[in-house]
Design a protein around this ligand. Sequence first.
Ligand code: F1P
Length: 379
Amino acid sequence: MRKKPRAAREARNFAPIPAQHTLSEIFSQPAAWRETSRQLEQRGMLEQLSKLFFPRSPWLFIACGSSYYLSQVVATLWTGQLQVSCSAVPASEFLFAPKETLRRTGAQRVALVSRSGETTEVLRAARLLEADRSIVTLGVTCNADSPLEKLCARTLKLTWANEKSTVMTRSFTSMLLAFEQLGAKVADDAELISALVGLPEKVEPWLEATAGKIQDFAGKRRFTDFVFLGQGAHYWMAQEAALKITEMSSSYAQAYHTLEFRHGPRAIASRDTLITFLLSEAAAEEETLLVSEMKELGAATFVVANHATKTLERASDLLIELRLDEPEFARLAPLAIPAQLLGAAVGLRKGLDPDTPKNLSRVVTLRRDGDDPAKRRGA
Ligand code: F1P
């Protein structure tokens, strides 16, 4: 075969390596988590922000995309941990019914979560809230200098966790950890804080081996559909997992509460459907029964569990164990990683570049700000 001209060969050396940013950002998560704990501790951020919780009052989270799913996970955790009502809404939902949302949630504290700090819907929500003196807003972003910061009473910035890639990976898990450490501080849960701070050392050795297993699996099998199942906070982790697969590999993915899958969606089960189970402690027995049922139906099963059982080994086409002795809430950040790795592997196998996903931009900015739907409707 004729050798390619020198220029073409050299050009290839400068062509971006697909998923270069995404993969390095996924593998950098333990380091990003270590920096998150260090910064929070060193700057006394937990101490300062914990003052926002006195008196204890309901919290509302407002965000978009992965940041919205992150907000739902934290709202679920804080409601149980802090014995206070916490809820999350997509920024667009808030914009079309701000007064009703605030009345329904009774929120006096609002966290606006945005990796970029530039998402138009989140900024519009922040502007609406700025006018309400009874509400204190906390902006959480990975941007060092964002419009969001200028609109919020307080801002927590995790600049070290920002990504070059469009898809959120380490920003998602680092902001999650920051919220978890804040909740543990307010709940005075020293065991949870130390478990969260100790995660990087435990996860670093696990990450390489896990990546290899998932890469091999994704290289051998092709799927037309992806389903992610989870109970409780894991349901929102399943939503984030589905978004990762969709963004990184332009595949269609759906998320359900695990046991809801029997009530109709199981119609999709087949050998071309990969069903991922994010097993929970509370529902493990029931969830394991469903894994076996789906295996018998001929579906491909991917189980992420803290510890495997003989039944799970028999019923899983791919089984990833976290093997962490930390409390379940401390395992949520590593629980996000298998789907990130699967998304990157499937995207690359489809010849796509997860760094720059089809049809997506790193930040969603809408038409000029004057045309704000909430203002239009006088909501
Ligand atoms: C959130 C978001 C991401 C999505 C894409 C576009 O942005 O919707 O979830 O993956 O990157 O932006 P942000 O408000 O957190 O910056």
